[in-house]
Ligand binder design. Structure first.
Ligand SMILES: [Zn+2]
Length: 103
């Protein structure tokens, strides 16, 4: 899992582009919460009633492998897939389809 500082605006654009749906398992977020964080900056959170864990932004090419925070390198990913994917690349994870083996 990677900790990154992706702006609210960028997260919102990526979530909208992907139709609030995890690019891997195709589960769609049912609840979209927009609120103001403690610092005054807006926060967007996508939730799914299966587990109520917030969706994450995933990097198609990880930062550690030269990927960037550009929108084209960012993907909508549910917490479950993000957890299963761990350090795997986008292509490796897609190929293995690990999310099909659970739930
Ligand atoms: Zn998923």
């Amino acid at each position: 899992m990677s900790r990154t500082t992706i702006s609210y605006k960028r997260r919102k654009i990526v979530f909208q582009r992907d139709k609030h749906t995890c690019v891997y398992c195709k589960r769609k977020a049912e609840t979209i919460i927009e609120q103001t964080g403690r610092s005054g900056a807006p926060i967007i959170t996508l939730l799914i009633s299966d587990d109520w864990k917030p969706f994450e932004i995933d990097h198609k090419i990880p930062i550690s492998k030269g990927g960037s925070n550009e929108i084209k390198n960012l993907l909508t990913c549910c917490a479950r897939c993000n957890n299963l994917k761990a350090t795997m690349s986008y292509y490796e994870f897609k190929k293995r389809k690990l999310w099909l083996k659970i739930g």
